[in-house]
Each structure stands twice: as structure tokens, then as C-alpha cells.
Design a binder for this molecule. Structure first.
Ligand SMILES: Cc1cc2nc3c(=O)[nH]c(=O)nc-3n(C[C@H](O)[C@H](O)[C@H](O)COP(=O)(O)OP(=O)(O)OC[C@H]3O[C@@H](n4cnc5c(N)ncnc54)[C@H](O)[C@@H]3O)c2cc1C
Length: 499
């Protein structure tokens, strides 16, 4: 009798709480609509579903609202309204993050930059461009190309991801082996702090590239959207290389290809890009795009050299020799710009080809010393057998930055459990080999549990202290990166089951 009474009381309390939350959310949405216009605010549950996750689909949370501002002023307005209602703000670009970096874990207001997508200025003389944060990465290079310039960071998602997302994740790409990652190409940025104050950090349109004082711009790059909303970015442009040699080296297996990678770097050659695809992904890519990859290749390397024409052929010959010495049975060349573009299209769309192999996949992002590539590849094969899941690999071999793609079916809880466990075991091994649990995809919610293994408590506290400088109350993109964050109960259950 007493038990039944308590249950009724608990359920009544839940209903009252839910009603109160709905009322508060309605007031928030009404204020946002009044300030920004109805077309700038999304709050219908069936529309919010689009924003419940990013490209890491294992965890999902509905925000209270999504706003799509058109200017820095509108971002400030949205941020201030969210602060008044004590709701979190979650900056969002294209939502291509692979680590659950834009989840509204405890609700809140997603601030999407889709309508702030312009290249505002290309300053060819000073090799810079001023762009809005929602500008798609590839659009910057498209705008700079008439001046013989481009924006070097080229994530494989560059046709969709935004420069704001690149800044937040300090993104890399195939060509960042030679040219450096996003942080090496951001000169300055405008940031709306979580209390609505607007600051400009780093170089300005009027200044030189170097500025005095602390490099706060450098601190914001890689802060995973937890310091405020980036609204404009002053990026560095670099000349389009005058000449290139793009090669496809075909190996019997990943061990031989990995050894060739180490040999090329050890020879003092820094290719613009040095990418590896193993057999499973090569076969999927070939089936999808019909490039002419041999289906019996154990692994292929895509190697690009660029720079001045003088000396380039000699370097290419050296690379060919090293590949052959390490077991390559064939080294092909892109003969025309068209062939080169086709090859890169295949590499950059490799994740897309996975749809032919599996309904779901989990993209891991670990780093190992280059010399440990054969060892981590062997470990991935062992993990694949242990959990009975296929794990193709396509990755930035020159950086030792691996991307094992754990294939599974999200509709089968046992496969989900095995996929999470397999991914964790691979990352554990990266740490054991002296590497890291992320090279470029960030921590998000996905890798929170690894932070205490990778960093000392004092290091984590120092990071939290830096964050408090920008966001004293932890309003911006909360529940990411730091252990102890609130997590979705369902996800915790899955993780415990996986352990
Ligand atoms: C097929 C595929 C290939 C990929 N290849 C690569 C690759 O080669 N290299 C690589 O590094 N990554 C890669 N990624 C991951 C992803 O594309 C990058 O992390 C990218 O930079 C995310 O940009 P986005 O605009 O989609 O950001 P989102 O996913 O929307 O957000 C990512 C993070 O940035 C924050 N953020 C976004 N905009 C802002 C802003 N204006 N102000 C403050 N914070 C902001 C968010 O809060 C979140 O923490 C790939 C992803 C996919 C799906």
C-alpha cells in the first residue's frame, strides 16, 4: 500500500517537474523568437531531431532550441537570452564531428552557424582571408584560388565542415603532414564569450601576422567549443604548389606499407600527404567509385610530393625506390590534374564508401609513433577477431594518426557493446604504445573516460582553470572533455556492459 502511494507521489513529482521544464523552455523559445525572428529559431521536436547528435551517433540528446543567427550581434543576443534562462549554449557548425562534440547533453540552446557562411574578404597581397565561422572549409580555397592561394587544412569532410568547427577541433587533413593543422593557419578570431561579451584575439585585418602578449588565439583553437562562439576568423592563405607528384603505391599488406612510411620520413622527405588504406576499405572504395584500385592489394599508400618542379622528380624517384624496397609491387602515377583529383576524391570519400559494408560504423582516432604503425595494425586485426567485427582502416599514416572504422549494426545491442569495447581496446593500446587517444577528432563525450588515463589530475585541473577564464560558470558546450561530466544514463549502461 505504502509502496503504491510512494510510486504515485514520485510520478506526480515527475509530471510537475516536466511541466515546469516545458514552461521554462517555452518562455526561452518565445524570447528567442521575439528577438531573432521566428525563422531563426527551431523548437519543434520533429525538427530538433536533426540536431540530436553529430557524426558520432551512439549518443543523442535533444536541445531545447536551435538558433540560426545571421551576425555576431545576433549570436550575442542568443547567448544573453540563454544566460538569462540559465541554459547551456552549444556552438554548432556542420555537425560532422566524430566524437559527440555538439551534443546538448542536458538540453540548452544550439547556436548553429549555417547562415554565417560568407568569405568576407580575400586579401591576396597579405595572403589572408576574413571569413564567417560557418564558412565551409572548401569554400575558402575556392575563393582564394583565383589568386593562386588556398587554405591548407583539408579535413576529408572539407566539403561540409565549417571553419568554426575546424578551429574548435584544431582539425587536420591529408595535407597537414607538411603544412600543419588549423592552428598553424589561424591568425586571429572573433569570439562571443558565454556572457555575451565580444572579443577579438590574435592578429587583426590591420595588424601584422604576429601580435604581442599571450597567444589567446592559440588557446581557443582546439578548445572544442567550450570557450564561446567563434563568429569570424582571419585565416592564413598559402600559395597553391606549382608542381606535384601524386603516387599510388600498392603493397601486399599493411606491415610492408607501414615500413615504407617510416622509411620515407627517415630519408628526410616530407611528403605533402602520406595516406594509407587497407584492403577492406580499398575494396569498398573501388566498388563505390570505380577508380581502378586492385582488389587484391593488402594496402595502398597515396603519396603526394609538392613544391617547385626542380628536384621534385628526383624526390619522387627516391620514394618509388623506398616503396619497392619495402615490398610495393607497383607504384602508379597520376598523369593529369584530373587523375590526381579522382584519386583524392576516392580517399576523401572513403568513409562514405563504408555504407556499402555496414549500416553503422564507429570512427576511432588514435595516434601512435610512426614506427609503431605495424604493431597497432596487428593489434587492430586481433581486436577485430576477438570481437567478431570488421575493422577497415584509412588514415593519415605520415602523422601516425590512425582511423580504424569499427563496423557494426546499431540496431543490435550486442554489436553496439562489442563495437564500443573494440574501439576502447584499440585506444588503450595507442596509449600503451606512447600515443594519444585523439589526433584530430577531439574528445567530445566519446573519450571523456580516457582523459584521466592520458593526463595527470594536475594537468586536468590546469585545463579546467584555463576554461574558467573564458567561461567561469561552464555554460558553453558543457559535459564534454572533462571526466565527471553528466552522461546519458542509457549510454552509461552501454559502456558498463561493454566493460
Ligand atoms: C567523413 C568525415 C571525414 C572527416 N575527416 C576529418 C579529417 O580528415 N580531419 C579532421 O580533423 N577531422 C575530420 N572529420 C571530423 C570533422 O569533420 C571535423 O572535426 C570538423 O572540423 C568539424 O567541423 P563542423 O563544422 O562539422 O563542426 P561541428 O561538428 O558542428 O562541431 C565540432 C566542434 O566544434 C564546435 N564548434 C563548431 N562551430 C563553432 C563555432 N563557431 N564556435 C565555437 N565552437 C564551434 C562545436 O561545439 C563542437 O565542439 C571528419 C568527419 C567526417 C564525418
Amino acid at each position: 500500500m505504502l509502496v503504491g502511494y510512494r510510486a504515485t507521489l514520485d510520478s506526480l513529482k515527475c509530471d510537475i517537474y516536466a511541466a515546469a521544464v516545458r514552461t521554462l523552455a517555452n518562455a526561452l523559445v518565445e524570447e528567442l523568437r521575439a528577438a531573432l525572428g521566428a525563422d531563426a529559431v527551431i523548437a519543434e521536436p520533429h525538427q530538433l531531431v536533426v540536431y540530436e547528435c553529430d557524426a558520432y551517433t551512439l549518443e543523442r540528446h535533444l536541445p531545447d532550441a536551435v538558433v540560426l543567427p545571421r551576425s555576431t550581434d545576433e549570436v550575442v543576443t542568443a547567448v544573453r537570452i540563454a544566460a538569462r534562462h540559465q541554459r547551456a549554449i552549444i556552438p554548432r557548425g556542420a555537425g560532422t564531428s566524430l566524437s559527440g562534440a555538439v551534443l546538448a547533453v542536458d538540453g540548452g540552446v544550439v547556436i548553429g552557424t549555417a547562415r554565417m557562411n560568407r568569405v568576407l574578404e580575400v586579401d591576396a597581397r597579405n595572403r589572408r582571408a576574413l571569413v564567417e565561422a560557418g564558412c565551409v572549409n572548401a569554400d575558402i580555397s575556392a575563393a582564394a584560388r583565383p589568386y593562386g592561394l588556398h587554405f591548407a587544412p583539408d579535413p576529408s569532410s572539407q566539403g561540409a565542415c565549417t571553419v568554426g568547427g575546424n578551429v574548435a577541433m584544431n582539425s587536420g587533413g591529408p595535407h597537414t603532414l607538411k603544412y600543419g593543422v588549423t592552428t598553424n593557419h589561424v591568425l586571429g578570431l572573433e569570439l562571443v564569450l558565454p556572457d555575451g561579451e565580444v572579443v577579438w584575439l590574435g592578429a587583426t585585418r590591420e595588424s601584422g601576422d604576429d601580435v604581442e602578449g599571450y597567444d589567446l588565439r592559440g588557446v581557443v583553437v582546439g578548445s572544442e567549443g567550450m570557450f564561446g562562439v567563434v563568429t569570424r576568423v582571419l585565416v592564413k592563405l598559402v600559395p597553391v604548389p606549382p608542381a606535384w607528384r601524386t603516387m599510388l603505391a600498392i603493397f601486399p599488406g599493411v606491415d610492408e606499407a607501414s615500413r615504407a612510411v617510416s622509411a620515407i620520413i627517415a630519408a628526410g622527405i616530407v611528403p605533402a600527404a602520406l595516406e594509407m588504406m587497407d584492403q577492406l576499405i580499398t575494396q569498398a572504395v573501388e566498388e563505390a567509385y570505380r577508380f581502378g584500385f586492385p582488389s587484391d592489394a593488402g594496402a595502398v599508400l597515396i603519396i603526394e610530393l609538392d613544391g617547385l618542379e626542380a628536384g621534385l622528380e628526383r624526390q619522387a624517384e627516391r620514394v618509388r625506390t623506398l616503396c619497392r624496397e619495402h615490398g610495393a609491387r607497383e607504384v602508379r602515377h597520376a598523369r593529369t590534374e584530373g587523375e590526381r583529383a579522382e584519386l583524392w576524391k576516392c580517399r576523401k570519400r572513403a568513409f562514405g564508401a563504408i555504407g556499402r559494408l555496414s549500416p553503422s560504423f564507429l570512427t576511432q582516432d588514435g595516434v601512435v609513433p610512426r614506427s609503431a604503425l605495424p604493431e597497432i595494425m596487428r593489434h587492430i586485426r586481433a581486436v577485430s577477431e576477438k570481437y567478431g567485427l570488421r575493422i577497415p582502416n584509412v588514415f593519415h599514416a605520415g602523422d601516425g594518426n590512425i582511423h580504424p572504422l569499427v563496423l557494426f549494426d546499431e540496431r543490435d545491442p550486442d554489436q553496439v557493446r562489442r563495437a564500443v569495447a573494440a574501439g576502447n581496446e584499440i585506444l588503450e593500446h595507442c596509449l600503451a604504445l606512447g600515443g594519444s587517444v585523439t589526433g584530430e577528432h577531439g574528445i567530445g563525450v566519446e573519450k571523456i573516460d580516457f582523459m584521466e588515463r592520458q593526463f595527470r589530475t594536475a594537468d586536468l585541473e590546469a585545463m579546467r582553470a584555463v576554461r574558467r577564464v573564458f567561461d567561469p560558470v561552464g555554460r558553453c558546450n558543457p559535459h564534454k572533455m572533462f571526466p565527471g561530466s553528466k552522461r546519458c544514463a542509457d549510454f552509461q549502461v552501454r559502456k558498463q556492459a561493454a566493460a
